[in-house]
Write a protein that binds this ligand. Structure first.
Ligand SMILES: Nc1ncnc2c1ncn2[C@@H]1O[C@H](COP(=O)(O)OP(=O)(O)O)[C@@H](O)[C@H]1O
Ligand SMILES: [Mg+2]
Length: 373
C-alpha cells in the first residue's frame, strides 16, 4: 500500500528546439487506499502525470513521494505500481489462466502459489469460468476484466488506470464502473483513474482532481466540485448540461445590490450580505453561473421556494434527453438552458418564468474567472 504525494511536479517535453509544458507545478496527494480520479480534456497532461508516477517518464521538476520516500530516481519495478491500459496485449495462444500466471512465472513464483493467486484474482474479477479459454473467445467485457487482472496479478501497491473505458459501450461501461468500485472496496488499494469523462470520474472516485491546460484546477469530492467550483472552467466542465454563464455588472444602487446581465434587463439577486461584499470589493465586472438544474419552472416547486429570484424567457428548443427535458431558452439575447420534468410539453415560442435560489447563483471574477465567495 502507498500514499502518493506530488509536489510542484513539472513535465516539459523537448524535441528539436520545441518545448511542450505538459504538466505545470502540480501538487497532489492521494491517501493510502484512496480512489482518486484525474479528470480533464484531452491533452491537459493526465497521461504525462501518470507516467511520471509510474516511472515511465522523467520528472522535469518537482518531487514524487510514495509513503514519504522520494521515488524520482527509482525505476518502475522498484516503485511497485501497476498501470492498466485499455487493451492489454494478451498472448493469443495461452489460456486466460496462463496469461494471468505468466507475470508471476517470470518472477519465479512457485506453481502452487501461482495457481492460488490466479484463482483468487479470478474470483474477485468474476472470471473463474473462462480461465481455460483463449483470448479470442472472450467478449469485450471479459477481455476488460482479464486486462485488469493482468495489472492486478502482480499485487501492486498502487493501481493506475488510464482511459480504460473509452471504447466500451454505455451499458457495459456502467457495469464495469460498478465492478471497479467493488474491486477497490475489496482490495483497499490506492487507485488513480484517469479519464476525460466526468460521469466515470464522479461515479468512481472518492475525490476528483480536475486538470486543464497542464494545470490542476481543483481537487474535491463530487459535491465540492458541483457546488463550490473554484473557477469558471470547473463550473463549466462538471455537470450536465453545463452551467449557464452570464457576463454581468454589479449594480450597487440600493440596499440590495443585484447583478445585471450585460446588455439585458436580466438581473440576478444574491443574498444581501453577499451583495454588499461584492460591492465592497470595488469590482463591477463579474460572470454569473447558474446550473440548468437550479432553474426551476415557476409553479413546479413543492412547498415554499427558497429566497431567490425569477427570470422570464422564451423557449427556443425542447429536447428530451433520457429521463429529463432540457429547455434552451432565450431572454434579451442571452441563450441558456434549464432542466425540466420529462413530461414538459412547452414548445418553441412559449413564455416561461423560472425561479432560482440566490444561494445557487455562482459569481466569478470576470478577469481571473475565479469564484468570488
Ligand atoms: N512524448 C511526447 N513528446 C512531446 N509532447 C508530448 C509527448 N507526450 C505528450 N505530449 C504533449 O503533452 C501534452 C499533454 O499530453 P498528455 O499527458 O498525453 O495529455 P492527456 O493524457 O491529458 O490527453 C499534449 O500537448 C501532448 O501533445
Ligand atoms: Mg491521456
Amino acid at each position: 500500500m502507498a500514499a502518493i504525494r506530488l509536489t510542484q511536479v513539472n513535465k516539459i517535453y523537448r524535441s528539436r528546439g520545441h518545448a511542450v509544458h505538459a504538466v505545470k507545478d502540480l501538487d497532489l496527494t492521494v491517501e493510502d487506499g484512496e480512489f482518486v480520479a484525474i479528470l480533464g480534456p484531452s491533452g491537459c497532461g493526465k497521461t504525462s502525470t501518470l507516467r511520471m508516477i509510474v516511472g515511465l517518464e522523467d520528472i522535469t521538476g518537482g518531487d514524487i513521494f510514495f509513503d514519504g520516500q522520494r521515488v524520482n530516481d527509482l525505476d518502475p519495478q522498484a516503485r511497485n505500481v501497476a498501470m492498466a491500459f485499455e487493451t492489454y496485449a494478451l498472448y493469443p495462444n495461452f489460456t486466460i489462466e496462463e496469461n494471468l500466471s505468466f507475470p508471476l512465472e517470470v518472477r519465479g513464483v512457485p506453481a502452487a502459489e501461482r495457481r492460488k493467486k490466479v484463482h483468487d484474482l479470478a474470483a474477485l474479477l468474476r472470471i473463474e469460468d473462462i480461465l481455460g479459454q483463449k483470448p479470442a473467445a472472450l467478449s469485450g467485457g471479459q477481455q476488460q476484466r482479464v486486462s485488469l487482472g493482468r495489472a492486478l496479478i502482480r499485487d501492486p501497491a498502487v493501481f493506475i488506470l488510464d482511459e480504460v473505458m473509452s471504447h466500451i459501450d454505455a451499458h457495459l461501461k456502467f457495469q464495469m464502473l460498478f465492478e471497479l468500485k467493488r474491486i477497490h472496496r475489496e482490495l483497499g488499494k490506492t487507485m488513480i483513474y484517469v479519464t476525460h469523462d466526468q460521469v466515470e470520474a464522479l461515479a468512481l472516485a472518492d475525490r476528483v482532481a480536475v486538470m486543464s491546460n497542464a494545470t490542476l484546477q481543483q481537487v474535491g469530492t463530487r459535491n465540492q466540485l458541483y457546488h463550490e467550483p473554484v473557477n469558471v472552467f470547473v463550473a463549466d466542465f462538471i455537470g450536465e448540461p453545463p452551467t449557464n454563464f452570464f457576463p454581468a455588472e454589479l449594480d450597487p444602487a440600493g440596499d440590495q445590490p443585484v447583478l445585471r446581465a450585460k446588455n439585458a434587463a436580466l438581473t440576478f439577486s444574491v443574498a444581501a450580505e453577499r451583495g454588499q461584499r461584492l460591492a465592497a470589493s470595488g469590482q463591477r465586472d463579474f460572470v454569473v453561473g447558474l446550473r440548468p438544474q437550479n432553474l426551476r419552472l415557476d409553479g413546479t416547486e413543492v412547498g415554499e421556494p427558497p429566497p431567490g429570484g425569477t427570470l422570464t424567457a422564451e423557449v427556443a428548443i425542447n429536447e428530451y434527453v433520457g429521463e429529463r427535458t432540457v429547455l434552451t431558452l432565450v431572454a434579451d439575447g442571452h441563450r441558456f438552458r434549464a432542466q425540466a420534468h420529462a413530461e414538459t410539453t412547452l414548445g418553441r415560442g412559449e413564455q416561461v418564468r423560472l425561479r432560482y435560489a440566490s444561494s445557487d447563483v455562482m459569481v466569478f471574477d470576470a478577469k481571473t474567472e475565479a469564484l468570488v465567495a
